[in-house]
Design a protein around this ligand. Sequence first.
Ligand SMILES: [Zn+2]
Length: 389
Amino acid sequence: MPQSDSKTVAVPGIRDMLARLISLPSISSASASWDHSNEPVVRTLAEWLEALGFAVEILEVPGMPGKFNLIGTLGRGPGGLVLSGHTDTVPFDDKRWQSDPFTLTERDNRWYGLGTCDMKGFFPLAIEAARAFVGEDLKEPLIILATADEESSMDGARALAEAGKPRGRYAVIGEPTSLKPVRMHKGIMMERLKFEGQSGHSSNPALGRNAMEGMHEALSELLMLRSAWQEKYRNPNFEVQFPTLNLGCIHGGDSPNRICAQCELHFDLRPLPGMDMDTLRQTILSKIQPIAKRRELALEFEPLFDGVPPFETPADAALVEACEKLTGHTAHAVAFATEAPWLQKLGMETLVMGPGSIDQAHQPDEFIELSQLEPTVEILRGLIRRFCL
Ligand SMILES: [Zn+2]
């Protein structure tokens, strides 16, 4: 391991670190024309972490060439505290930015740039917090985790959960929450339902099998399920206290005088903590399968993406209590989804808390308030002291 004091000089200050990270495009997107490798960001983080004495492991995400997760560990042994962030950003609308999205720009006591708040800004602050503990005898390790593709598929976090790494005891995901702890969010499911029947002349219904009529019945079943779920599940921690189901788009048929042969629906479901995604899919299937059978329609029902499970950490968890004490805020619920369910799957007590506001995420002229920087470093140091020393 390198001598820490001769190497710490190689690690720049917070502003220079962030300027460097912002200058390295790492957009992730389902659209290939936007999608970038996150390797330059990961290699840069690895360089700084190694200079501070972290043992760094870089893991390629299986089946995703050019996409990497990074696990940096200071100290050794089981347990420990994970400070986690995603390395990717969303795409941007160049014309609506006042300054270059890839150049860190200071104005009005803010740093502007793509990823300043969501969430490259977290890494320099976590590294700055860690710097104070280099050379200390940590009882449990401090782990800095950097993931790939959170904004597009969450495949980075998914791959980590499958690989069983890292194995910390506690995890804080530094998504922008204005430094207020978040211990729950809803899940996200997007599903596709398609009926296929048989076209025919509209003058005689016996000449075909109408997929749109099947869909009409299926829509009724979905709305009844929605009512039933909204009766059964309610959580006052959320602004929208019940699970939602949105009928998003529908396509079917081609002409008024033809029996509709195909009808396809896409809908979105936001389950509350405590609702299991596979059970929900099974319940839906049990309602629409009989329709398909009775009407002799071919049925396709599948997720449009793998989904994000709902997330909840109990109010009395040690990490929740520690973060509430350090910030002075009671842990709450948010409307956006994170990688928390996968870190939880790894056995870690998990919480979401980081600098910057979600209001600036995914927006032109994204920024982080300079007033958030020092408190973030202080809070993270408090957590490291509590869980690693
Ligand atoms: Zn984010």
